[in-house]
Design a protein around this ligand. Structure first.
Ligand code: 0A1
Ligand code: ZN
Length: 892
């Protein structure tokens, strides 16, 4: 059932500290698929600063209330009031014990929040407000308490009973039942509570911490997945060591548990000592996980582990502080990833993700500051802005303060706030105090939405041997924010001389020349000018090295300078950016001139040099990114009006042109980087596979007449891993229709007993660059394996279709939009979080050309008119349709 409660807006400015504190909490669960009884015994007290006698309001939703006892006395129903959002009791003493008994039905809970069933298991998801679907409680992150949890259940059905902390007792009970008692010695907010029960097999390992303590590691998975956990376990131990070495952070409990579940709304959850993972981010075998999956598993395992200090030991005061734990933890997992996967491609892929998802979000109707100031449904704010832009803000802090200064700040943050629920302000204060550095202006990054643009004008003055960079920063209006203040940001640059070497970038008036290599220019004002002296001829500037700030850059480069940077820039990001700019320029010119008089060969020739180059294994990762044309979404962002069909067609045409022009060289590249068998997911081998498969992808663009068909067929046959098999299949799908492809049926059979592989079968077809993909997706929504109750399956088919296949989704007759909106309508009544997320794909209708924009809006209007809508969906749809002041302003 959709949660249809009133959509009221919650504001940061209304934050009030809690009037009651919870001194301890005992939970008792009597588990049953359809009727679980929860007894919650809380010791409460009035907060010390509260002088009046306020009512106690406990949060609770969709609960069947059975009994309330105050200090041992049963309360009759006149002593309290219940509404759809909670329970209120007045006239309470300063200190008291409440016992509340409720019942819930996990099996009918399709929202996957609170206590729910996944297959034969029972499990929980409490962030952000799932706990209030389990029992009445002060469900807010600034209420921290010690949890003791007793779980009682039928032994056969639920042999494994888990919760947070340490197992302090277990035993059998009458009637084939058993129990386990878990105690978490650390105070925690309710959103970090977890419970799991089921028939699970346990893999055990251990880790010796830096102080010599032994931590037991348990991975609990279904029996058939026993052999798929090695990679994740190894990754966990690496992350544990890394946090000790990098930040001096040691794990605190004696047990670290991970459970894999098939039905999960997000990637994973950092519950204290008992992480619950979407199985996609734990289970890996060469036959069922791609190289990217291996990398993602390592990333998510690290992310959840690193939360133990940034999120759990130090948590958020309220949900407006979400980026305090998420931005910081994404930054930390990226830092971890940078050393685990040192090829230059990783940072580029982070930037690509940011540009393809976060930049559009920041330029659309759902744009919000990294610290939102208001929300209707907090689940709608687990966004790429809060996570990834939040991580970029921390990255900028590290650049501005220097690595050591940043570490000092983190140390102060850990020392000051361990055990507390704090704010973004507290983190910035720790950084500022540690370095005696004013972050007043920098804080605007958390308050202002929108991606700033730096317009950089380069000028060369031969008479004075000066090279000048004049910079103007700007940020377009976003909903509710028409005026933007200038931001404080680090712009990392280098100046290259005509040999391609970096030379000291000495600023006018500087006595000691800056050492050669990158230097950071601090930008604070709307306008800035930097004058570099002592140059015999005009240098070539390498801008925004390492993507030092989440901004867009425009600059007056000569195309030859960009080609020069592609050849010489040592910084992997700037070099990639240079070829992206050349490619983008070529694509935009082709779009303006579809008849084909655009003959500029510079990009085509530069691409050829890269294809012909002998790349070492160490260079292969960065090289593969250099060969990928700008993503369609990013191309769209550069245009006043997005015509998704024209973009897709032009990009495809250029891909084909490149493949024709460099066919032999691409074949040579393909052959040169064949991966050794047997498969191993090692970074250097992954990079070579990526490079080889990019070559294959170009060759597939040549269609039936090119070598792609044979190469893909051969590769499919001999592949000993999913990466190669999928690359071959997607090439085949571009050349031949799905119906005529025996390989696709063979692949389906491989996934018969593996839901993650079956997801791939759906996703592959939804991603196909083929004219009838939209029809195919529609047919697949009627496939018996298309289970709407499983978010991974929904994301595989509909998420891929709507968010990752522009040409298929944006049909000129609106077929794709209608299909999506029908599915959203159905899903909203079972899983509002998943429905609301899919609806995001329609939100940016204003940016599209006709007829796309009108057709998208029509579907949004249909969704707006639904009689029953979840709070989640309502917020997304209403914001997408609202006529804001911004509409009158020029489209960005
Ligand atoms: N905190 C988790 C992400 C997460 C958020 C919400 C969820 O359910 C509503 C589940 C997971 C993380 O950052 O990994
Ligand atoms: Zn997180």
């Amino acid at each position: 059932m959709a949660d249809n409660s009133l959509a009221k807006t919650i504001y940061l400015k209304d934050y009030q500290p809690p009037a009651f504190l919870v001194e301890s909490l005992k939970l008792h669960f009597s588990l049953d698929q359809e009727r679980t009884l929860v007894t919650n015994t809380m010791q409460l007290k009035r907060a010390p600063k509260v002088t009046n006698n306020p009512p106690l309001r406990l949060d609770g939703r969709q609960l069947e209330l059975l009994r309330v006892t105050l200090d041992g006395n049963l309360l009759d129903s006149g002593r309290y009031s219940v509404d759809p959002e909670g329970l209120v009791i007045e006239n309470l003493p300063t200190k008291f014990t409440l016992e509340i008994v409720t019942a819930v039905n996990p099996k009918s809970n399709t929202s996957l929040e609170g206590l729910y069933a996944s297959g034969s298991m029972l499990c929980t998801q409490c962030e952000a407000h799932g706990f209030s679907r389990i029992t009445y409680f002060l469900d807010r992150p600034d209420i921290l308490t010690c949890f003791t949890t007793t779980i009682e259940a039928p032994q056969k059905k639920y042999p494994v009973l888990l919760s947070n902390g340490n197992l302090i007792n277990k035993g059998t009970l009458a009637g084939d039942r058993h129990f386990a008692i878990w105690q978490d010695p650390f105070k925690k907010p309710a959103y970090l509570f977890a419970l799991v029960a089921g028939r699970l097999t346990t893999l055990e390992d251990s880790f010796i911490t830096m102080s010599g303590r032994e931590v037991t590691i348990h991975f609990h998975v279904e029996e058939q997945n026993r052999d798929k956990c090695n990679h994740a376990i190894t990754a966990l131990k690496k992350a544990m060591r890394w946090d000790e070495e990098e930040y001096g952070r040691e794990y605190d409990l004696d047990l670290y548990q991970v459970v894999a579940v098939d039905d999960f709304n997000f990637g994973a959850m950092e519950n204290k000592g008992l992480n619950i993972f979407n199985s996609k981010y734990v289970l890996a075998q060469p036959e069922s996980a791609t190289d990217s999956d291996y990398e993602a598993i390592e990333g998510v395992i690290a992310h959840e582990y690193l939360h133990n200090w940034t999120g759990n030991r130090i948590t958020c005061r309220d949900w407006f502080q979400l980026s305090l734990k998420e931005g910081l933890t994404v930054f930390r997992d990226q830092q971890y990833g940078a050393q685990a996967y040192p090829g230059g491609g990783r940072r580029i892929r982070e930037v690509r993700r940011l540009r393809n998802f976060q930049f559009p979000e920041d330029a659309g109707p759902l744009a919000h500051p990294v610290q939102p100031k208001e929300y209707v449904e907090i689940n709608n704010f687990y966004t790429t802005t809060v996570y990834e832009k939040g991580a970029e803000i921390i990255h900028m802090l590290q650049i501005l303060l220097g690595k050591e200064g940043f570490k000092k700040g983190m140390q102060i943050y850990f020392d000051r706030h361990d055990g507390q629920a704090v704010t973004i302000e507290d983190l910035l204060n720790a950084m500022s105090d540690a370095n005696d550095y004013d972050l007043g202006q920098f804080r605007r990054w958390y308050d202002q939405a929108g991606t700033p643009t730096l317009a950089i004008t380069q000028s060369w003055h031969a008479q004075t041997s000066e090279f000048i960079l004049s910079i103007i920063q700007n940020c377009s209006p976003t909903p509710g924010q028409t005026e933007k203040q200038p931001l404080h940001l680090p712009l990392a640059i280098a100046l290259l001389n005509s040999d391609g070497n970096e030379q000291a970038a000495t600023l006018a008036g500087e006595l000691v020349p800056d050492s050669p290599g990158s230097r950071v220019l601090e930008i604070k004002d709307k306008k800035a000018e930097f004058r570099f002296q002592g140059w015999g001829c005009k240098p070539v500037v390498s801008l925004l090295r390492g993507f030092s700030a989440p901004v867009q850059i425009t600059s007056n480069y000569d195309k030859k300078e960009l080609a020069f940077l592609v050849a010489h820039d040592r910084d992997p990001f700037s070099r990639w950016e240079a070829i992206q700019k050349l490619a983008l320029n070529k694509i935009l010119n082709l779009m303006k001139d579809p008849e084909g008089s655009e003959t500029d060969k510079l990009f085509i020739e530069t691409f050829g040099i890269l294809v012909k180059k002998k790349w070492s294994a160490a260079e292969a990762d960065g090289a593969s990114e250099l060969l990928i044309l700008p993503d369609e979404i990013y191309i769209g962002e550069q245009l006043n009006e997005i015509d998704p069909q024209a973009i897709s067609k032009t990009r495809q045409t250029l891909r084909k042109t490149l493949a024709q022009r460099w066919q032999q060289e691409l074949e040579a590249l393909y052959n040169e980087h064949q991966s050794p068998a047997p498969y191993e997911p090692l970074p250097a081998e992954m990079a070579q596979r990526r490079l080889k498969n990019i070559a294959l992808n170009y060759l597939a663009a040549l269609g039936l007449k090119g070598p792609g068909l044979d190469l893909c067929r051969q590769q499919y046959l001999k592949a000993d891993n999913l990466t190669d098999r999928l690359a071959a299949l997607s090439g085949l799908l571009e050349i031949i229709t799905a119906e005529e492809l025996p390989e696709l049926d063979e692949f389906y059979l491989r996934g018969k007993n593996n839901p993650l592989l079956k997801d791939r079968w759906f996703a592959l077809q939804a991603a196909a660059q083929h004219p009838n993909t939209a029809q195919r997706v529609e047919e697949l929504t009627r496939h018996p394996d298309f289970k709407r109750s499983n978010p991974n399956r929904v994301r595989a088919l509909l998420g891929t279709f709507a968010a990752a296949n522009q040409s298929a989704f944006h049909q000129p007759d609106g077929f794709g939009y209608q299909l999506l909106s029908r599915e959203i309508t159905t899903l909203d009544s079972s899983n509002p979080m998943v429905a609301a997320r899919l609806a995001g794909s329609l939100s940016r209708w204003r940016r599209f050309s006709s007829p796309f924009s009108t057709l998208m809006r029509e579907e949004l209007e249909k969704l707006a008119a639904l009689p029953q809508r979840s709070r989640d969906l309502r917020e997304i749809i209403d914001k997408s349709l609202v006529t804001s002041q911004n509409d009158k302003l020029k489209k960005i």
